[in-house]
Design a protein around this ligand. Structure first.
Ligand code: UDX
Ligand code: ADP
Length: 449
């Protein structure tokens, strides 16, 4: 076996992960391939297809040396004996399991290509989030060409967008699941060696395949559940006069609870949480575990309720009508430091505002190209890169994404540009509300009366 690495799928996971693997393994060739020519061209340009702090530097340090981006999928499969699969696995929109199960068509296509093009034994590493037991199906697809041996490993990615490079360089843990026979153990060792180039061995965990796949779903479900729990408390805080920031501060100091993922807000977005929880619900139902399925499903319904509540409170504060009013959304990305808008709460809120016949203006430092695509179905939408211009004539600003640039805006200038009475709704709890009120703003925040 050779040491070179291919990755099928040059997306948010494949691109950054392979860039870091290449940088830390200068003696291995790393080939990232994709069917999307435009995406590959962007990876080969100065304007990378995704925004991620620190990514440019890592890519520049090894692109053209041992890191290559191309559409030659067959060539990469032949050249490399370790093949990562990082293709998209969105929630199914049709057929059996629609709305819950993962759509595995891209992933199956990738597996079939590997089995057709392979010229020898390969280690296939499943990187996309996939429902539990997919490695089994992948093995079945691969073995349609029995002349070669394919060993399928599960190596879930735990990086969060916006901090992907930091997470990759210094992961809490790397998880590798594989078959427990001799060949499986050898494959696990080969993959452990890739990560051991920079990750301490004690942080590299090896398990059976199904534990690994399940752990990824479980980790994301636990994190999503924390956010829904804190958002449920935020609603109660608003009703009772408690302050969610104070409550979360108290919770976080309990070592058993810990301080992370206790930030109330507009609900979780991103490509993983909703998809993975829905997947978990589907799995539970498949195995007849309806109580478990209902439990996890409530994490999603709580998230949706939070976005509805934000719009309902806005309507109430603007005298029960938004018709014709200009509402500015500050932030369209699902979180700060990314241009990604998949499952962003801003889109749900924009749709609900549109139902109220509001005129919506959207500003964001990185996500406007994606916003333009996501909002194409709506009328009365303006995209405006400059937040001060976005505020002009607005009745309300809904601060949706916790970008640093919004913390440091000249809020007096923003206030002057707005129609009065001017409302600001800080859905992320990042602004100094008393200072804003002193300027003349009406204020709303999540989880605070
Ligand atoms: C997540 C997981 O963190 C990561 O391990 C996994 O690999 C992919 O899914 P990501 O979706 O990129 O990563 O971002 P994350 O930082 O987890 O945030 C997800 C969403 O939760 C965002 O919309 C964020 O704003 C929201 N969030 C997060 C909160 O509302 N409150 C919090 O306290 C934390
Ligand atoms: P993720 O967040 O999981 O990385 P993305 O959607 O960002 O997901 O990236 C997945 C990438 O996989 C896309 O660039 C897509 O073009 C690519 N892809 C999907 N199917 C195939 C395939 N059969 N062969 C090669 N690339 C594929």
């Amino acid at each position: 076996m050779n040491r070179d690495i291919a990755c099928i799928g040059a997306g948010y996971i494949g691109g950054p992960t392979m860039a870091v693997i290449a940088q830390k393994n200068p003696d291995r060739k790393v080939m990232v391939v994709d069917i999307n020519q435009a995406r590959i061209d962007a990876w080969n340009s100065d304007n990378l297809p995704i925004y991620e702090p620190g990514l440019d530097e890592v890519v520049k340090s090894c692109r053209g040396k041992n890191l290559f981006f191309s559409t030659d999928i067959a060539g990469a499969i032949k050249a490399c004996d370790i093949i990562f699969v990082g293709v998209n696995t969105p929630t199914k929109t049709f057929g059996e399991g629609a709305g819950y199960a993962s759509d595995l068509q891209y992933w199956e296509a990738a597996a079939r290509t590997i089995s057709q093009e392979a010229n020898g034994d390969k280690i296939v590493v499943e990187k996309s989030t996939l429902p539990v037991r997919t490695a089994d199906s992948m093995a079945a697809v691969l073995h349609t060409h029995p002349e070669h041996t394919f060993t399928v490993l599960s190596n879930p990615e735990f990086l969060a967008e916006g901090s992907a490079i930091r997470d990759l360089l210094d992961p809490d843990r790397v998880l590798i699941g594989g078959p427990q026979d001799r060949r499986g153990k050898a494959a696990i060792k080969a993959l452990v060696d890739v990560y051991a180039a920079w990750v301490p061995r004690r942080r590299i965990l090896t398990t059976n395949v199904w534990s690994s796949e399940m752990s990824k779903l479980a980790a994301n479900a636990m994190l999503a559940q924390r956010i829904s729990s804190v958002n449920a408390f935020s609603a109660l805080c608003e009703a009772t006069g408690a302050d969610i920031q104070e409550v979360a501060g108290v919770l976080g100091m309990d070592k058993r609870i810990g301080p992370k993922f206790l930030q109330a807000g507009p609900g979780f977005g991103g490509s993983c949480f909703k998809k993975d929880v829905l997947n978990l619900v589907y799995l539970c139902r498949t195995y007849g575990l309806d109580d478990c399925a209902d439990y996890w499903e409530s994490v999603i319904s709580m998230n949706e309720a939070q976005q509805k509540r934000i719009v309902a409170r806005t309507v109430k504060a603007l005298f029960n009508t938004l018709a014709g009013k200009r509402i500015a959304l500050f932030g369209f990305a699902f979180k700060a430091n990314t241009g990604d808008t998949r499952e962003t709460p801003s889109l749900t809120v924009a749709n609900l505002l549109a139902e109220e016949h509001a005129q919506i203006v959207v500003t964001d430092p990185k996500a406007l190209p994606n916003a333009e695509r996501d909002l194409a179905h709506l009328q009365n939408i303006t995209l405006e890169p400059d937040p001060y211009r976005a505020a002009e004539g607005a009745d309300a600003i809904l601060l949706m994404t916790e970008w640093d640039c919004y913390r440091t805006l000249d809020w007096a200038r923003v206030y002057a540009a707005m129609r009065k009475p001017a409302l600001i709704f800080d859905t992320r709890n990042i602004l100094d509300l008393p200072a804003l009120r002193a300027l003349g703003f009406n204020t709303l925040a999540v989880g605070r009366a």
